[in-house]
Design a binder for this molecule. Structure first.
Ligand SMILES: Cc1cc2nc3c(=O)[nH]c(=O)nc-3n(C[C@H](O)[C@H](O)[C@H](O)COP(=O)(O)OP(=O)(O)OC[C@H]3O[C@@H](n4cnc5c(N)ncnc54)[C@H](O)[C@@H]3O)c2cc1C
Length: 435
């Protein structure tokens, strides 16, 4: 049976690298609020914060199934993109893309403001990102992205295999490009910092999964293990798990993906890894692997996918080690080949829609949702969470579906599962050199 809220088998590596923090107590008993937000991620916290700005007297409650930094927002690879992802980038539709980029940059600015205001020590740097291709499938996508960058007048630098090897220490890729429009972060630290900037009047309950939502006489009720919240406005910012509350089931799916981070590497090994010391690389193929070298000398790899359920930990470790060694064979012969090459390995659920458009807006009177950022939702989630608060309070100026599209219909299971597994198998085979 698939989980109705996130209950990951492995702890977030990013969160484990931070000092412990005291979580807010779980909800106990009944409470009444004007607004309840389910999900304290980039989307939910942006929505709560914007709501409080627009309606300072509102009683706002945010609940999360996990702890701040331990849940999905602290499980991602830490790429905070100021421009569209390769899969979203459409050179045919430049005006729409330029508007998306402008809004994304504004949302990034709000993240930076929060982080700065928090005064916390957060590793968040605008170091740009590489995109690289290892096969003809990846090269075609790289070409499409180059067209988009050209059309948008955005700067980039092209790299051949030798240059990539010199900068990153791998000759896995045939060709690549570098764009400056990306921050690399310790994501658990970022979400902790954003949370620390919420107004005191906003109540946050951690370790409080929403088990059920119901509506009676225009009031929404959220049932949790030890309590109940009733409210006139309810926001689902819990990503793919919104469908477990019966919302957007025909539009949303959960796809799990996995990451592993090494301990800080020996200086000698680091010297073999190229001239750039803090970098990130995004795949050009949908099922490809993300890579990072962190400022403190670790390597991170994010790869692998599974439909609606986590893979066993041992399988994940083996898969990630394989992906890392393909790129850095020198690691295999340097002590990282004992099956313990990673300090931490973990998984997370990505909210996926068929055509990558988000599920966004008012679904029923008083029930709002922003979900389905398809693996790139840190900045986009912030943007859409802000806009959702404005929509609910009658101040929205964004035509989200015109800019980001509307999510298309997906068949129910078992057809959906069969479709996912068949297309993943086909795409993995076609892009096997990118994995
Ligand atoms: C391994 C991995 C790597 C990724 N890398 C990147 C990246 O580099 N850059 C990027 O932009 N995106 C990345 N993503 C995707 C990114 O994490 C999400 O798009 C982004 O976090 C979306 O934010 P969100 O707030 O909408 O949803 P989420 O981050 O999923 O947050 C939803 C929150 O809701 C909570 N929740 C869920 N169900 C319930 C419930 N029933 N009751 C209460 N709370 C609930 C969860 O605990 C969670 O805290 C990655 C994802 C994974 C898994």
């Amino acid at each position: 049976m698939r989980p109705i809220f996130p209950n990951y088998q492995l702890a977030s590596g990013w969160n484990a690298l931070l000092p412990p923090r005291q979580a807010h107590a779980p909800l106990k008993g009944k409470q009444v609020a004007d607004l309840v937000v389910i999900g304290a991620g980039f989307t939910g916290l942006a929505c709560a914060r914007r709501w409080q700005e627009l309606q300072p007297d509102a009683r706002i409650v945010v609940i999360d199934a996990s702890e701040i930094g331990e849940g999905n927002p602290g499980r991602n690879s830490g790429f905070l993109l100021e421009i569209a992802l390769a899969e979203d980038a459409n050179p045919e539709n430049m005006q729409r893309m330029l508007e998306a980029n402008r809004l994304t940059q504004k949302a990034m600015q709000s993240i930076l403001n929060n982080v700065r205001a928090s005064g916390l020590d957060v590793d968040l740097q605008r170091v740009g990102t590489y995109r690289a291709a290892a096969s003809s499938a990846g090269l075609a996508s790289l070409h499409n992205y180059t067209q988009f960058l050209e059309g948008a007048g955005l700067p980039y630098r092209q790299l051949d295999q030798t240059q990539l090897k010199a900068e990153l220490g791998t000759n896995f890729y045939q060709s690549g490009l570098f764009t400056p429009h990306c921050y690399l972060a310790q994501p658990a630290a970022v979400i902790r910092a954003i949370h620390s900037q919420l107004a005191d009047s906003i109540s946050v309950f951690e370790n409080t999964p929403a088990l059920k939502i119901t509506n009676s006489g225009g009031k929404w009720t959220v049932t949790t293990a030890q309590g109940e919240l009733s409210c006139s406005k309810l926001v689902l910012a819990n990503n793919s798990f919104a469908k477990e509350q019966g919302v957007a089931r025909s539009r949303l799916a959960a796809v799990y993906t996995y990451a592993g981070i090494t301990p800080p590497l020996d200086p000698e090994l680091l010297n073999s890894l190229g001239s750039v010391h803090n970098w990130g690389l995004l795949p050009t193929h949908r099922l490809g692997s993300t890579l990072r070298r962190t400022a403190d000398g670790r390597l991170l790899v994010r790869s692998g996918h599974s439909y609606e359920a986590e893979l066993p930990g041992s399988k994940v470790t083996a898969l990630l080690l394989d992906r890392l060694w393909r790129r850095f064979p020198q690691l295999k012969s340097n002590g990282l080949d004992k099956g313990q090459g990673f300090e931490h390995v973990w998984g997370g659920a990505v909210g996926v829609t068929y055509n990558t458009a988000p599920v966004w807006g008012e679904r029923e009177p008083g029930l709002f949702i922003s979900s389905g950022c398809n693996g790139g939702g840190t900045v986009k989630g912030t943007l859409l969470g802000n806009a959702l608060a404005e929509l609910a309070l009658g101040q929205n100026q964004l035509d989200v579906s015109a800019i980001f599209g509307s999510p298309s219909w997906m068949p129910p299971d078992p057809l959906r599962r069969i479709g996912f597994e068949a297309s993943a198998a086909l795409e993995s085979w076609q892009g096997r050199r990118e994995l």
